[in-house]
Design a binder for this molecule. Structure first.
Ligand code: SF4
Length: 309
């Protein structure tokens, strides 16, 4: 199989190293439309669960990748939408974990965790990371702009029920949004709720990549470190990606597939594809001139992202 429809990367992950991604809900289908989203605005805002892409195709691509490449630190259900909206995501987690070669990671916004069948399937992952950036329905609407029917209290109860029956790593990510949850009072409320769930880790994140709303700017590390102290145990401030020792070969199909889902700097692409940063920048700039790739500046960094097919 030369190009995959449902697999992308491995991509640099600031949390997991090199992560092969599996996208089960393409075309920005999500139950949130977060102001900080790095894949842009949600195209289909929904809580509806269904088989968004054929599971058999996904499993065949995964088998092919394991046999022919297979170099990654983890395999992650993530991508351009919410993976638990896919009704058969548990089977994909089973296939990853069953290989015995990679930790299976589920990145979820948590909006379906009120459903027992979702919690049962999510338990097949080794690491589950969910979103906890709000502290009530009003803040949820400002930060995550949820689909009709998502209630903050139900999500939190779902987290507590999941924690009780899950022996793997359960992490929360708090995305810090300027002017909404970057004050001590708001963050103290989130910290209290996180404590009531019993996460193994809480990570504070900031907009180091281009966000859906340009007003969501990166926050100073000093402020994040101060807010991290409000959690017990202390939250982690998510650090930059540390590349693994082996880099995959350059492949423009892979490159564009990755940039479609995750904006990257030229330096990040260079590490992953085994290129010199200067030649990598030249390749990316030629794609910009051809109109295949766009750029956006965040802080001091220039990010490249590809348009959807
Ligand atoms: S950040 Fe995640 S949960 Fe939020 S809109 Fe983007 S894909 Fe959905």
């Amino acid at each position: 199989m030369s190009a995959y429809r449902h697999l992308f990367g491995p991509v640099p992950s600031r949390r997991f190293g090199r992560s092969l991604g599996i996208d089960l809900t393409p075309n920005c289908t999500c139950s949130f439309d977060c102001v900080f989203c790095q894949v842009g605005r949600t195209a289909e805002l929904t809580r509806k669960r269904k088989e968004y892409v054929p599971t058999d195709e996904v499993l065949a691509e995964l088998r092919d990748w394991m046999e022919n490449d297979g170099k990654a630190d983890v395999v992650t259900l993530a991508g351009s939408g919410e993976p638990t909206l896919h009704t058969r995501f548990g089977e994909v987690l089973e296939a990853i974990a069953g290989s015995g070669r990679y930790p299976a990671v589920l990145l979820s916004n948590g909006t379906t965790f009120d459903l027992p069948e979702v919690r049962e399937d999510a338990r097949k992952a080794d690491i589950v990371k969910v979103s906890l950036s709000a502290w009530d329905d009003a803040s949820l609407r400002r930060i995550n702009r949820p689909a009709e029917g998502v209630r903050f209290g139900a999500v939190l109860d779902g987290y507590r029920a999941f924690r009780r029956g899950f022996g793997g790593q359960f992490w929360a990510e708090v995305f810090v949004v300027p002017g909404v949850n970057d004050g001590r009072d708001a963050m103290a409320r989130i910290a209290e709720l996180a404590g009531s769930v019993g996460f193994d880790r809480v990570q504070l994140n900031t907009a180091v990549r281009p966000a859906a709303e340009k007003t969501v700017a990166p926050l100073p590390v000093d402020l994040l470190n101060e807010l991290a102290e409000l959690f017990h145990p202390r939250a982690e401030v998510v650090m930059q990606f540390v590349p693994g020792s082996e880099a995959p070969a350059a492949d423009s199909v892979k490159l564009l597939a990755m940039l479609r889902r995750r904006p990257c700097t030229a330096e990040q692409v260079a590490v992953l594809f085994g290129l010199e940063p200067d030649s990598c920048r030249a390749v990316l700039d030629s794609l910009v001139r051809r109109g295949t790739v766009a750029t956006r500046t965040v802080g001091c960094d220039l990010y490249y992202s590809a348009f959807s097919e």
